[in-house]
Design a protein around this ligand. Structure first.
Ligand code: CIR
Length: 268
C-alpha cells in the first residue's frame, strides 16, 4: 500500500494563459498597469518551475473577457478526492467558475457546487494536514464559508473558518504552508493566533507579499523581489526557487493564485 501524499505533494496542475486584458486586472491600490509581456514572462517561468518540480501542467487558453482569469486558484478548489466550484466575491470574476467547470468535470470524478447563498474565493482557502482553513475577507463572506464547509464535508474534508487580516485581499496573501508542520506567515496574521498549532516562520518586516509562497514537492517558490525572506528560508534548509512576481504583484497576485494543484491517481 502506498502512503497518502503530503498536502504539498502535487503531480497535476491547471493554469490559464494570461489574456491581453490582464493589464486591467483588479487591484486595491493603483501602482500602474502591469505590462502584458511582463505578466506573460512571469507566468511562463512559473509554469516551467512547476514542471521542473515534477508537476504535469494543463494550460487552458486565455479568456479576454476575464482579465483576472489567469488566477485559476480563485474560482475552484481541487483535492485528490474531487473538485469544488466556488463563487468568487468580485463581480467581474463570478463567471470564471462557468469557464473552468467543463475542465474540472472532465478531470475529476466528483465535482461539487458551492451552495447558495454566499461567496468564496480559492485565495482564502488554505489546505493543511489538520483542516481546510477558510479566511473571511472582502471576497469570502460567512454564508460562502459555511456553504464551503458543507461542500468540503461531501469530499470528506474538515473546514474551519478563520479571519483574514483587515485590508488584506486573501487569507493566503499572508501565509503559506512550508511543510506539514510549518507555516510561513506575516506577523499581522500570526498575531491572531490562528497558527498556534504550527511552527511559525515570520516574514521580515516590509516583505509581506512574500508570504504568498508556494511549496510544491521538494521546493518552495518565493517571489524574487524578497531577498530577506529568500535568505531566511534558505538558512532554514528549504530548497527555494525564486520567481519574479513584480508585474502580477501590481494586480495583487502572488504565486499560489496562478494554479490549481492536486495529487492525481491516489487510490482512495
Ligand atoms: C483579484 O483581485 O482578484 C486579482 N487581481 C488577484 C487575485 C489573486 N488571487 C489569489 O491570490 N488567489
Amino acid at each position: 500500500m502506498t502512503s497518502k501524499p503530503a498536502v504539498y505533494e502535487f503531480n497535476a496542475a491547471i493554469v490559464r494563459e494570461p489574456a491581453r486584458s490582464v493589464v486591467n486586472g483588479l487591484r486595491a491600490d493603483d501602482r500602474g498597469n502591469p505590462t502584458f509581456d511582463g505578466v506573460k514572462a512571469e507566468h511562463a517561468a512559473y509554469v516551467a518551475a512547476m514542471r521542473a518540480a515534477g508537476v504535469e501542467v494543463t494550460a487552458l487558453p486565455a479568456l479576454e473577457a476575464f482579465p483576472d482569469s489567469i488566477f485559476v486558484e480563485d474560482p475552484a478548489l481541487v483535492f485528490p478526492e474531487g473538485a469544488i466550484l466556488l463563487r468568487p466575491g468580485a463581480e467581474t470574476r463570478v463567471r470564471e467558475t462557468v469557464e473552468i467547470a467543463p475542465t474540472l468535470k472532465a478531470m475529476f470524478g466528483t465535482v461539487v457546487d458551492l451552495p447558495t447563498p454566499g461567496y468564496a474565493d480559492g485565495g482564502d482557502v488554505l489546505t493543511t494536514p489538520r483542516s481546510v482553513m477558510i479566511g473571511l475577507s472582502a471576497r469570502t463572506d460567512r454564508a460562502g464559508a459555511e456553504g464551503l464547509i458543507a461542500s468540503l464535508d461531501r469530499l470528506g474534508r474538515k473546514g474551519e473558518i478563520v479571519q483574514t487580516p483587515e485590508g488584506v485581499l486573501h487569507f493566503k496573501s499572508d501565509c503559506s504552508l512550508l511543510d506539514g508542520e510549518t507555516m510561513l506567515s506575516t506577523k499581522r496574521l500570526a498575531r491572531s493566533g490562528v497558527f498556534k498549532d504550527f511552527r511559525e516562520v515570520l516574514i521580515p518586516e516590509g516583505e509581506e507579499p512574500a508570504a504568498n509562497a508556494l511549496r510544491v514537492n521538494d521546493v518552495v517558490m518565493v517571489g524574487a523581489d524578497y531577498p530577506r525572506t529568500i535568505e531566511m528560508l534558505d538558512k532554514l534548509g528549504y530548497q527555494v526557487v525564486a520567481l519574479k512576481t513584480t508585474e502580477i504583484g501590481k494586480i495583487d497576485a502572488g504565486l499560489s493564485c496562478m494554479s490549481l494543484r492536486w495529487h492525481r491517481g491516489q487510490r482512495l
